[in-house]
Write a protein that binds this ligand. Structure first.
Ligand code: NAD
Length: 359
């Protein structure tokens, strides 16, 4: 394997800072990456994972931190991108002391980085971190479960996709296929039904989630997991796992619009982004549509008010229309356009701060 050249990588992708930390008493071992703070402090969750190697942990942290820069910038937030990964088995390492030790490292960054929940961390864990630092969000009794807000963002993304493709954003005129009825898919189906969706199909692999849907919404039609892509519907909503849009699924799609919650849903951004574009399908970029969760949690920083978080989340509609239009004008994939949109916002804000204004 070729040697990983850290500074070359930082230079190429413009990372600001990479921090390794270790706490002997608790065995806390982790990495925080701050990718970009032009717009504001770097916000990104803390993930615990049993990485096979330190390099694997580093690469994951670098990738996730950069993704957060794009997500927050495209969401119109005054936040930069960062992430923390902790190396270990989540079922063994967690304790009050472990998270308080992490909180102390977060505090040492003096607000340049704000942490939150991610894979294998909870609101309870954030509570321990908050005992040592103010730079943590996602606390109990504050912004609450992000999934309904994420789903609301997807719902608004779908409306933008429909408007762009059909010139109308009326959910009642259209049909939908939802892959995954977990946290986000479940709430999304609720919003679609509330808006009078003509027909909704869904698939799931978790029997509990299938039963819940059948019990609460018997009008929603269950299809087998491998049949969801080929449903003859207007919108395909991937709300399960990453990589769902790939060589095998894209040719099966009949839906002219794709909009869902799943992160990294394009197995290969370039290859599969172009495959979708060549088929004339409108793809609503994942990191733009699924930003409701981060928009919601970011409101904790200014005294959480649900109605403000909701209002900000509905703006995903306008932002997505702008991005889809940019993609059309430049004849690029919508994923590329979304990145360009985020980069342009960062650059513009960097430029307007070129003069000194005392506050
Ligand atoms: P979840 O685990 O609650 O739901 C996913 C569901 O998909 C599960 O019920 C699972 O059984 C089902 N599933 C998995 N593979 C499947 C398959 N092949 N066919 C059918 N069903 C399948 O997760 P979630 O919170 O709803 O998140 C879904 C996606 O959205 C993830 O990629 C997540 O990273 C992303 N996301 C979630 C949020 C949020 O607020 N929850 C925010 C941003 C992004």
């Amino acid at each position: 394997m070729s040697e990983f050249k850290m500074f070359d990588h930082m230079q190429q992708y413009q990372y600001e800072q990479v921090i390794y930390f270790y706490d002997k008493p608790t065995g806390l071992k982790g990495i925080t990456v701050i990718h970009n703070t032009v717009l504001g402090p770097a916000l990104g969750g803390t993930r615990i994972w049993n990485y096979k190697s330190e390099e694997e942990a580093l690469v994951d942290c670098l990738r996730l931190a950069r993704g957060m820069t794009y997500k927050s910038a495209a969401a119109g937030l005054n936040l930069g991108g960062g992430k923390t990964v902790l190396i270990g088995d989540a079922s063994k390492v967690k304790s009050e002391a472990y998270f308080r030790a992490l909180g102390r490292f977060v505090q040492s960054l003096n607000g340049r980085y704000i942490t939150a929940e991610d894979v294998n961390t909870s609101t309870k864990d954030m509570g321990y971190i908050a005992m040592e630092t103010d730079h943590v969000v996602g606390l109990e009794g504050k912004s609450g479960n992000p999934s309904p807000v994420t789903a609301l963002g997807i719902f608004n993304g779908i409306k933008a996709g429909l408007m762009f493709k059909f010139g109308d954003a009326d959910i009642a005129q259209h049909t939908f296929a939802v892959q995954g009825a977990g946290q986000t898919g479940y709430y999304l189906i609720g919003y679609l039904l509330e808006a009078g969706a003509k027909k909704v199909y869904f698939t799931e692999i978790n029997p509990k989630h299938i039963d819940r849907m059948k019990k609460e919404h018997p009008e929603v039609v269950f299809v087998k997991p491998d049949e969801i892509f080929s449903q003859d519907v207007d919108v395909f909503c991937p709300c399960a796992l990453g990589g769902a849009l790939n060589d095998s699924s894209i040719p099966q799609l009949k839906a002219p619009v794709i909009c869902g919650s799943a992160n990294n849903v394009l197995l290969d951004e370039v290859v599969h982004g172009n495959m979708i574009k060549d088929r004339g399908i409108v793809y609503c970029p994942d990191f733009v549509t699924n930003a409701g969760g981060i928009i919601n949690v970011s409101h904790e920083m200014k005294g959480y008010k649900r109605e403000n978080a909701i209002a900000d989340t509905t703006r995903i509609y306008d932002r997505l229309l702008e991005i889809l239009t940019l993609a059309k004008e430049k004849d690029i994939t919508s994923q590329e356009a979304a990145k360009l949109y985020a980069e342009q916002r960062i650059q513009t804000m960097r430029d307007i701060r070129s003069n000194y204004i005392p506050r």
